[in-house]
Write a protein that binds this ligand. Structure first.
Ligand SMILES: NC(=O)c1ccc[n+]([C@@H]2O[C@H](COP(=O)([O-])OP(=O)(O)OC[C@H]3O[C@@H](n4cnc5c(N)ncnc54)[C@H](O)[C@@H]3O)[C@@H](O)[C@H]2O)c1
Length: 677
């Protein structure tokens, strides 16, 4: 298809004639059938809601079709309206646009829905089983149309995938404001999500799915590599002997599929259990996991052989993770690092497959008998924790890797709580990400080359590496390790062939690093050294972006971890400091109702105004979280804030006085008076 035809189709919106129905493509990984949760009256409402996107002349045909989709899949996806052209990242000039920012947003949306990138592309799900870009294809079509028409004096407003419309605005405002899953707090249970989503009025945007900032599995490979490197360092402090480190976990899905690749980069032997054969085939064919084993005895023998030969191999076990933990405990296999990456933010609808049932049995039971399925999930979690506990008494370092494992296991009644009611195991943020990265401002900064050209990406890699190398020379001791890990990463990134979809890169940097890198990219665009603008953004899973008591803010110990002021302020502050788009979500990572998170995208177009905006916005985007973490008395953050205030005129932040523990203890529990005094 030539570019002119493509542009015409992208800007078409809702077609004036009904397109032919689309056959259900069995070669695509489809979302599981969702729970039948609506009453008969609510089903009518869902159909009426869906028909709002179309002229009355289509209603007779579509009403029937949408009812069939609702009955068959639990949702109305409007499959018929999925475009015929290939949806993927392209050069921004291949998109129809009046504002280059809106073209960059179209590129980012297209990447999130690319068949090679998205987990369930036909259901508009990018990752995590339910991380939606849009709820249906009408929303996609209308959004692309609006973006193709939008000028720099309008802002597009999107409510959970629904494009509310273009509103007059000004050139310095964001071109797009997105919210996902924002509901009244008392209506934020798992079933509320099922109901609102089935009605077509809300969606689960995960973090980078509904904010159009997903860059394929690279983001999570980087985060997992950093986590495993630091977990190994923690574990080695107590480990005796120097045998090869063994990591056991589960999941080879959208994000979890990064584990074997990251383990390899971190120099660790890994065993990752996965029940879905399709997920295994994808990761194995991509070369992200070396070997596939389906028999537990063979798995034990292979692990022993790898260890004795010090062979860094990644193994996918086709089967249930519970069986692996139990078998390794029986066989006395010493596991050094353990975690879990099943989708426990979505435990009842395909996120977690219980032990004792086949994959197919689970898929049918979760729909036909959801209550029995819940019982099976709970029992399986109890068994899984029992087995993990047998390992940890022998020295395994087990950590929750942000999938709500500890939370759901505790809800299932597993033996996972200490007597004081706290979890027996840390979240990776408590031990690793919080004190080593977030408190110093290090977080998942990312960029996408809008030329869609690998040569531009290479140039940006070189620019970023040289900036980090010059920073490390004069950096304080506290952040040298983070800088060194990221210099190593960026230098190896091209060689590790991590690009799937758009020409994107990620690294962890602090406020200073992010500003210097973005500024250098903007200048390179101005000078023509980069052939097109660059989008910068980040995962919401960052220093300031996310309030999540069991993950990103699990290392906040002043009682404020259940508040969400930081994440909300972050988005508001980014939006008036120059972000090209902002988004605010309920849900993401650990589940609906469990987290508020936000993010931004900024298009570096090479202008001096953009230079000013990026300096102001990135400074706030990191230091907001540093200030909050410092107020919570996190030592690293107090150190980082002090440095930031010394360097930044105009930055004046409230800092805490530190109370003496003994003084406070003595007030609540006064020491017994001395006798005879
Ligand atoms: N720590 C982080 O930074 C981070 C980042 C992204 C996602 N997450 C969380 O990690 C989880 C996984 O994300 P994802 O995108 O990979 O989800 P996913 O649904 O694509 O993958 C999970 C995989 O686990 C498999 N699985 C489920 N139960 C199993 C069992 N008992 N044994 C073996 N395999 C089983 C599923 O078949 C699936 O392929 C989510 O909860 C997500 O929110 C954490």
């Amino acid at each position: 298809m030539n570019t002119a035809d493509l542009k015409k189709l992208i800007s078409e919106g809702i077609p004036s004639e009904l397109p032919d129905p689309k056959p259900y493509d069995k070669n695509i990984n489809h979302a599981p059938r969702r729970k039948d949760i609506l009453t008969a009256e609510e089903k009518k409402l869902a159909i009426k809601n869906a028909l709002r996107y179309f002229p009355e002349k289509f209603h007779k045909v579509l009403a029937k079709e949408f009812y069939a989709e609702l009955s068959d899949y639990g949702r109305i996806y409007m499959y018929r309206f999925r475009p015929d052209y290939e949806i993927r990242a392209r050069h921004i000039d291949d998109f129809p646009y009046r504002s280059c920012k809106s073209a960059a947003i179209m590129l980012m949306i297209s990447n999130n829905l690319d068949n090679a990138v998205a987990q369930h592309p036909h259901e508009l799900i990018t990752y995590g089983g339910n991380g939606a870009v849009f709820q249906n294809w009408a929303q996609y079509r209308l959004t692309m149309k609006y973006l193709s028409e939008m000028t720099d004096h309008q802002t597009l407003v999107v409510y959970s995938g629904h494009p509310l419309g273009l509103f007059p605005s000004h050139a310095d405002a964001p071109r797009l404001v997105v919210t996902n899953g924002m509901v009244i707090p008392n209506y934020s249970s798992q079933d509320h999500w099922e109901r609102f989503n089935a009605l077509g009025v809300s969606q689960y945007g995960q973090m980078t799915a509904g904010s159009y900032m997903y860059i394929g599995p690279q983001g999570i490979v980087h985060g997992t590599t950093i986590t495993l490197l630091n977990a190994s360092r923690i574990m080695k402090k107590t480990k005796t002997g120097n045998d090869t480190t063994l990591f056991v976990s589960s999941g080879l899905g959208g994000m979890s599929g990064a584990q074997p690749k990251a383990a390899k980069i971190a120099g660790v032997v890994s065993v990752i259990a996965e029940v879905n054969p399709r997920a295994i085939t994808t990761r194995h064919s991509q070369g992200w996991v070396d070997e596939v084993i389906t028999d537990l005895n063979k798995l034990v023998a292979r692990v022993n052989r790898a260890r004795s030969r010090k062979e860094i191999v990644s193994i996918a076990f086709h089967g249930n993770i519970v069986d692996v933990w139990e078998k390794f405990a029986e066989e006395g296999i010493k596991v050094d690092l353990g975690s879990d990456q099943t989708s426990l933010h979505n435990p009842w609808a395909g996120g977690y497959y219980p032990a004792g049932l086949t994959f197919e049995e689970s898929n049918s039971m979760m729909v036909s008998d959801p209550e029995r399925f819940k019982t099976c999930v709970r029992r399986s979690l109890v068994r899984q924790v029992e087995a993990i506990n047998r390992h940890t008494v022998r020295g395994t370092y087990f950590f929750d890797y942000g999938n709500a494992f500890l939370l759901e296991a505790s809800r299932a009644g597993a033996d996972i709580l200490n007597p004081d009611g706290e979890f027996r195991y840390p979240s990776y943020v408590q031990d690793i990400m919080g004190p080593l990265c977030f408190d110093y401002g290090f977080g998942p900064f990312r960029w996408v080359c809008c030329s869609n050209d690998a040569h531009d990406l290479e140039k940006t890699d070189r620019i970023a590496a040289s900036i980090l190398e010059s920073m490390i020379k004069k950096s304080p001791e506290q952040i040298k390790q983070q800088l060194a890990d990221n210099i190593h990463w960026i230098k190896e990134a091209a060689q590790n062939k991590l690009v799937v979809g758009s020409q994107a890169r990620i690294l962890y940097a602090d406020a200073e690093g992010r500003i210097l890198i973005a500024d250098a990219f903007n200048k390179a665009v101005a000078l023509g050294e980069l052939s097109a603008p660059v989008v910068i953004g980040r995962d919401h899973h960052d220093v300031s972006g996310t309030d999540s008591p069991f993950r990103e803010t699990s290392d906040i110990y002043d009682g404020s971890k259940f508040t969400a002021d930081m994440a909300v302020h972050n988005v508001i502050g980014d939006s008036f400091r120059g972000a090209s788009w902002v988004s605010l979500h309920n849900g993401g990572g650990v589940g609906w109702g469990e987290v508020i998170n936000g993010g931004f995208g900024m298009v570096l177009d090479g202008t001096e105004e953009t230079g000013e905006k990026l300096r102001m916005m990135l400074h706030w985007d990191v230091n907001n979280g540093i200030a909050r973490r410092s107020w919570a008395r996190n030592e690293g953050a107090m150190f980082t804030l002090k440095r930031a205030m010394e360097k930044t005129p105009g930055l004046k932040v409230t800092v805490p006085y530190i109370a003496d523990d003994q003084l406070v203890n003595n007030i609540i529990n006064p020491p017994a008076p001395l006798k005879g005094g």
